[in-house]
Design a protein. Structure first.
Length: 265
């Protein structure tokens, strides 16, 4: 064999040895990686605390990357603070009321649905027709949870927060007046006291609007009861035309601190 042939065979042998070595190294490397993965999975299964810590770190990293790409800070539990409910999840009667109020007052049906459902629950506890509670909200604030009158009535049901601050203590303080559900619960309690003190719904509405010392309530009670009548028709499935909402209070309420009602015997 010539010198050139020997050189060619030597190169071929060298290349073959290198290729075989690389294959074995790669094969062994994948085997090592596979074993590492298996041991890691077994460790995570045996140590839930390590798995949770790893998941937490991974989610933190993903949120950081998402925040950088979107320019927003993700907050996955923000939905828990939303006062909203799918109207399709409501009973038929409540859904009809929610859709009608949504169209009339130009408010999204989801938050209206949550308020309708809450009104029915609160109404059962206070023995006040939930449709009356919704009518008071409609006339008082047109379902604006951040509404405020010149004399300090605040929120959905325009509760005089300064006078009824004690009622907000169990909800964290007076700022809870701007939480729709809290305002509804406190407003319902105030209305219940007004009706008990005055002896009737009509007279109770006059107390509620702060017109107890006035000759009349400026038409407030009539507006609430008219809306109440329309909502009762809506709840029974009747077609009720939409009417332009009336403005808020027409009289300046005279602050009156209601006495706590006597316990039922």
């Amino acid at each position: 064999m010539t010198a050139l042939g020997k050189l060619a065979r030597g190169v071929q042998t060298f290349v073959g040895d290198v290729a075989q070595g690389l294959f074995e190294i790669t094969h062994n490397g994948f085997a090592v990686v596979g074993l590492a993965v298996v041991f890691s999975m077994l460790t995570l299964l045996a140590r839930p605390d390590l798995r949770q810590a790893g998941e937490s770190q991974l989610m933190t990293w993903l949120h950081a990357r998402q925040s950088q790409s979107l320019g927003l800070v993700p907050e996955l539990d923000a939905i828990d603070r939303a006062t909203a409910l799918n109207p399709k999840d409501l009973p038929k009667q409540q859904a009809a009321v929610a859709y009608w109020l949504s169209k009339k007052y130009r408010v999204a049906p989801e938050p209206l649905s949550a308020l309708v459902a809450e009104a029915y629950e609160v109404g059962e506890r206070t023995r006040i027709d939930p449709l009356l509670l919704l009518s008071v909200m409609a006339i008082e604030s047109s379902f604006n949870p951040f509404a405020q009158s010149p004399v300090g009535a605040q929120g959905l049901m325009q509760v005089m927060t300064g006078i009824h601050s004690d009622k907000y203590e169990n909800f964290g303080g007076k700022l809870a007046a701007f939480d729709p559900v809290t305002n509804l619960r406190v407003g319902a309690k105030v209305l219940q006291e007004c009706i008990q003190r005055a002896g009737s719904v009509e007279a109770g509405l006059k107390f509620y609007v702060g017109a107890a010392l006035h000759p009349d309530d400026g038409g407030y009670g009539g507006k609430v009861l008219a809306e109440y009548g329309r909502l009762k028709d809506v709840a029974t499935g009747r077609a009720v035309p939409l009417i332009t909402p009336q403005p808020l209070r027409t009289v300046d309420p005279v602050p009156v601190k209601l006495e706590e009602p006597a316990p039922a015997v």
